[in-house]
Ligand binder design. Sequence first.
Ligand SMILES: Cc1ncc(COP(=O)(O)O)c(C=O)c1O
Length: 463
Amino acid sequence: MSDSSSSAELAVRLRALLSGMAPGDRLPSSRDLVQRYRVGPVTVSQAIAALAAEGAVITRPGSGTFVAPRARAGAAVADTAWQTVALTDRAVDTRSLTDALGPPSAGTIMLDGGYLHRSLQATRALTAALGRAGRRPDAWDRAPAAGLSPLRAVFATMAGGGVTPDDVLITAGGQSALSMAFRAIAGPGNPVLMESPTYPGAMAAARAAGLSPVPVPMDADGLRPDLLAEAFELTRARVLYCQPAHHNPTGAVLAPERRRQVVEVARAAGAFVIEDDFARHLGHGGPVPPPLVAADRDGTVVHLTSLTKPAAPSLRIGALIARGPVMARLRAVRLVDDFFVTRPLQEAALELVSSPAWERHLRTLATALRERRGELAAAIARELPGWTITRVPTGGLHLWVRLPDGLSDPAVAGAARQFGVAVSAGSRYFATEVPAAWLRLGFAATADTAELVEGVRRLARVG
Ligand SMILES: Cc1ncc(COP(=O)(O)O)c(C=O)c1O
């Protein structure tokens, strides 16, 4: 049994089992259920997901599945149903983000994380930087709305080309920059072109701004400029969101000859290119092409980057780089939203990136990421020969892995959780139809390479 009808049958049998148990009791482990009911792990995972959705059980990844507390008869429950009517349809869809930001569960190996494990973070340098920042007499004063000028100068230098500090606006990380850019550039109901697949947080931010993500296919060299031109013509979109360097999730780097084409196609359509350069400091030691904004002369490219990925997730400092009226719009959004980014954190970021420890950290990080990438790829080749790594990335934190035909990525991800390993289902990365089953496997959020290998061994039990 391995399809949805068998999981429905198993759910019926499990409901019978639950009726004889007390709230808080632990269900037999997935492995026991597999043996007891002679079904596959995917079937077990689907049945448990169905029971969890109806509130009959609670799953605590890493510790097991438990009988849910039953509602107390007569208990006073606030009647907030009126709010559903008052709030109309303005729900913000966060499903694609909660996986990535959920608390790590004890015992679960995190192959789905989008940030560095603590052992890889710049913790010591950050602590020292925060200490120095906190001792500044003006640390708690207001900061300029655009951000501290020396920090803006640092981001201008990182971008290179003709970028000046005046072109830089400090943001509270990359996600905030993305939301600001979508809101400043396009209005509700407008399309936004995006590589397919793409970062789910970008789709969520676009949708929250009322925009509709429209997928544009990629190949081994990144976004396809021919289809991009068609998409602009068809949709009349005024904005493209893309990640030219170490794209999340595929790891692709936009080919040199396509870099100019993409910007020219957008320019010809009268559209902006939002360049998400989140992985600028996540290279594995080789050269990383300069950002598109470095060669931009007429304000087509709106660039964003962030320090959360190479330093630590709570160093929520990033930057937007733009020129012309769009910069005035971005500054206005910044001001209206929250005045300015908290000054002590800006000071700490400045202390960090200006210290010699920063360059050392980036070098150590590149080596560690390269080693981890190699270990994960080797473990997959050994333990999961039917799974295909289409590209060994030269930067970033993930491998994009194609599953053998017949496997469903959400089902495999669900079953993997039961076996104590968290992975990211590929379908989350597509705005519309999902062409095949993929998983995004991260190599940066585990404690060490041994955990990576153990994670793959656990996956092999599912696959
Ligand atoms: C492609 C991409 N852009 C932006 C972000 C936002 O990161 P942050 O807000 O932590 O800077 C992420 C985080 O996962 C990402 O993967």
